[in-house]
Write a new protein. Structure first.
Length: 335
């Protein structure tokens, strides 16, 4: 007896179901839905504390300050063009020396290095870190700041100093700057001593000052300095001649600060610029603009305070800064 059509249909349906079930068991499980890619968080920009310029990563090493010779026999100097901040100060005989600080850009060598003067603790104290010099009568005052003193001929750091054979002493002493900073890499990096505008055009001088193209400074009879502004950069001259670095390029600055200072004489003929506990008039020039300021300083480890005539804090343009400490017996003029 042959199966009926109904039985044949049921058998066919069961066979089809079995086939489908068998095939389904062989299929892989569908992958779980993928999680969306996380959106990367933009990194906060990092700025050098002594220039306000953006840098690739935080500068965690200490600042290095040094006393730099400005005798004609010491020119051109080495490394001044790479300093973050340079102070020019009156010394014996109406001449000048520099107290310069490097942090964002450490040269292999700097110099010629000379001895300290009584105002140097107040100049370099706020930076902390290291101060290098060749000696002098004011070592105890400098050591009292807490800054690490690297002194030539002290018997402790003689390996990082050497004299150039093609210049005469004492105008030929160089310091291995990179080596010194590496040796004291555990010291703290400096704080930001002055405020910097986000853009040069927002600096106090450029946003609220008057146009300026020439700065004339007289330290003493026969010792004049000038700065000329072109394309928002100040270029420097001494006694009417371009002031050149060791590469033959004219020294330049983003910010030029001129401060009128009182000077007293110690140990006979050594001028001491009076900073701590004093205040006076001055100017800040950024770009081809300049604004009057008042300056003051509370202690050797506090930075100079610079405010406008309205008492507002100065904001510098991002870049390097030269500070001219001009005796009130000299003169400053901005035009």
């Amino acid at each position: 007896m042959r199966p009926t059509r109904t039985i044949r249909a049921s058998v066919a349906a069961l066979l089809a179901l079995a086939l489908l079930t068998s095939c389904a068991g062989d299929d892989p499980e569908p992958p779980p839905p993928s999680a969306p890619e996380p959106t990367p968080t933009p990194e906060e920009p990092v700025f050098a504390p002594l220039t306000g310029l953006e840098v690739p990563e935080a500068l965690e090493h200490p600042a290095l300050s040094a006393k730099i010779d400005n005798n004609p026999l010491a020119r051109p100097q080495f490394g001044l063009e790479r300093a973050d901040v340079v102070f020019e100060e009156l010394v014996e005989g109406g001449t000048t020396r520099y107290a310069a600080t490097w942090h964002s850009d450490i040269p292999e060598e700097i110099g010629p290095v000379r001895s300290v003067r009584p105002m140097d603790p107040a100049i370099v104290g706020p930076y902390g870190g290291i101060i290098a010099y060749s000696g002098g009568h004011f070592i105890e005052q400098m050591q009292a700041t807490g800054v690490t003193n690297v002194i030539h001929d002290s018997g402790q750091y003689d390996d990082v100093f050497h004299r150039m054979p093609d210049r005469i002493a004492p105008h030929n002493l160089l310091l291995s700057a990179e080596e010194v900073v590496d040796r004291f890499s555990d010291l703290d990096a400096p704080d930001e001593l002055w405020a910097f505008a986000g853009e040069a055009s927002d600096s106090t001088a450029q946003s609220g000052g008057a146009e300026a193209s020439l700065i004339d400074l007289v330290y003493s009879p026969g010792e004049s300095r000038s700065w000329e502004c072109t394309d928002d950069t100040w270029t420097r001259s001494q006694n009417g001649q371009p002031d050149l670095d060791s590469n033959g390029d004219q020294l330049s600055a983003t910010n030029v600060i001129g401060l009128s200072v009182e000077v007293q004489y110690v140990r006979g003929d050594v001028p001491e610029t009076l900073l701590v506990g004093y205040e006076g008039a001055g100017f800040v020039s950024s770009g081809c603009s300049s604004v009057p300021v008042t300056w003051s300083q509370e202690s050797v480890n506090d930075p100079l305070v610079l405010v406008t005539e309205d008492g507002d804090e100065i904001e510098l343009a991002p870049g390097n800064t030269w500070i001219q400490l001009v005796p009130v017996t000299g003169s400053t003029s901005v035009s």
